[in-house]
Design a protein around this ligand. Structure first.
Ligand code: G4P
Ligand code: NA
Ligand code: NA
Length: 193
């Protein structure tokens, strides 16, 4: 998505060797006009997949997920994060390890908001190592629902997540694909859709 790449070039800041800070439009302040266009991009890409529900993880996935759910006119559910959880019968839970933060979180979704009839589109703001997506996929399997695809705002293609998803044969569409950071500059993969 050209406009997103331009925005990343204009407002993004590379921190260290593998983190992109985009607090001005995605992770802290949110640009709703850009978010609306992203929702539309995801909709155009997945509109024939029979999506019944959009799933994400709090907090930064919620904005793009809601805009996407709006286009599909389907509910959006965000998994909640907990440090640890006392077992609860009415929740699907999964453990998500963050390589970036070196901590494990549990994510959970109430059973009543995900059923075996659901065809799910996962939306997230970043794809790095793919652990958040993995955790959501575990929950989808537990519910007997099916995963129709994954939509990512910013993919860091040089980390493990993209490869894992491709290997699993899951349809994925990322609006910006970062091939590398080169001296504080963002290098994108060539666009193919
Ligand atoms: P993974 O799910 O792909 O394995 O990601 P990882 O554990 O490496 O990332 C942990 C957190 O850091 C996630 O947010 C993820 O979105 C975010 N993240 C990963 N790489 C980047 C990056 O280059 N830039 C920014 N801005 N964020 C990145 P989270 O802890 O779930 O927090 P929240 O923002 O959703 O609340
Ligand atoms: Na994040
Ligand atoms: Na996220």
């Amino acid at each position: 998505m050209k406009e997103l790449e331009e925005r990343i070039n204009k407002d993004g800041r590379v921190l260290g060797k593998d983190v992109l800070k985009v607090d001005s439009f995605l992770n802290h302040q949110i640009d709703p006009v850009l978010m609306d266009k992203m929702g539309n991009e995801f909709y155009q890409h997945f509109k024939d997949s029979g999506i019944t529900k959009v799933l994400t993880v709090e907090s930064s996935g919620i904005a793009p997920a809601v805009m996407t759910g709006l286009k599909f006119e389907v509910p959006v559910v965000f998994a909640r994060k907990h440090k640890s959880i006392t077992l609860k019968d009415d929740l699907y839970t999964s453990e998500v390890y963050s390589f970036t933060k070196k901590t494990a979180n549990h994510i959970s979704i109430a059973k009543k908001y995900l059923s075996a009839d659901d065809k799910v589109l996962i939306i997230d703001d970043f794809l790095a190592n793919g652990q958040a997506v993995n955790g959501l996929n575990d929950i989808i399997k537990d519910a007997g629902a099916s995963l129709a695809g994954i939509g990512i705002v910013i993919e860091k293609s040089f980390q493990k997540g993209r490869q894992l998803i491709d290997k699993a044969g899951i349809p994925i569409y990322s609006l910006a694909r970062i091939k590398a950071f080169d001296n504080g500059q963002v290098v994108f993969e060539p666009e193919n859709d």
